[in-house]
Design a protein around this ligand. Sequence first.
Ligand code: PLP
Length: 424
Amino acid sequence: MNSKELFEESKRLMPGGVNSPVRAFRGVGGNPFFTARAEGCELTTCDGDVLIDMVCSWGPAIFGHNHPAIRQAIRSALDNGTSFGTPSFAELEMARLINEMVPCAQMVRMTNSGTEATMSCVRLMRGFTGRDRIVKFEGCYHGHTDSLLVKAGSGALTFGNPDSAGVPADLAKLTTVLPFNDFEALEDCFSKFGEQIAGVILEPYPANVGLIVPKDGFLKRIRQLCDKYGALLVFDEVITGFRMSKGGAQEYCGIVPDLCALGKIIGGGLPVGAFCGRADIMENVAPLGKVYQAGTLSGNPLAMAAGVAALNLIKQTNPYGELEKKAKFLVSAALEAAEKKGIGLQAPRAASLFSFFFNDEKVENCAQAMNSSRELYAKFFHECLSRGLYLAPSAFEICFISAAHTQEHLEKASEILKKSIEAI
Ligand SMILES: *Cc1c(COP(=O)(O)O)cnc(C)c1O
């Protein structure tokens, strides 16, 4: 069956034909392709097309797909069984690596997804401080947990429902949402609610609304206000962790949060998340403390093996300089083509993270991102796809590059970006 036939049948059996909304291509129109195989930086579709992948499984595939060292680690683990339900050595190895690499990580708890990690951070910040109010930022996506699906990014934004149905108003009202990069709104919020705020959760480099780069001093000011009012600072590093640097955004920008949520890269392509932070806070998690959190498959041996292999590859190869160079190369190709064509294109970049906004103005918050042209992005997306380059199927997602993108792939990708901009 080809992708079109597979999708038709999937739509009958799964909402929208998918298990995660943005995969359905509704942000760009058309039918999604089905992937038969992924290797290095290439996807082979069920229709026999080979695509250069700039989505990388939405972040995890920092070494490309099906990396031999990660595959081998999973294979070796498989010989010893797929799930124990008891402590195992691989969990300790993982905890040691996170503790060594992530600045705030004195103690760690593994989960099965990023959503579970942020959800547990919220409960922990409330349990630790005895306060109920939390603060988040417009366009930041923290998974699909109730308290955080308020003015959220990613698929929620793509489909125009950043405030999900099914989130009780009584719960949503405990979440205060601020515009990103707005110092005044931040100060106001703390002077009004400071003593009630359990904590602030944010993506330090918001990457689910396209990419937004924090203004100088913005993250530092949040840190200071949290300290002043006894609120906790939580960085959601599910994307930025192990991607901006080996210690994530907190190492990259030098601001250390109290707690941090991890996911994506940490699973090496298997379903994993984690939250970590100051020991005196983490000691409030069950069974030591009163904040309940658990998981039947948490710390799963196959997932730990894949994740540990990915983190070891990061330690061995320190890929960040190369990744940033690749990102710069593609960004400058696109900007050059846009200038030539006379099209307003913004391509913010930080380390190897970048995104494309068809917008005449600089994009520094969610509202400005929403002013970008979705129509132009959709055209651009399909022009790229038809030439063999797969970008995220939404105007509000970022591009991911991997160590497996070779010079040859990059040159091809750069040509495709240029031709596609020319064609829209
Ligand atoms: C992907 C993502 C999540 C959710 O992780 P899942 O594993 O999809 O539940 C949370 N926060 C951020 C910043 C993300 O990008």
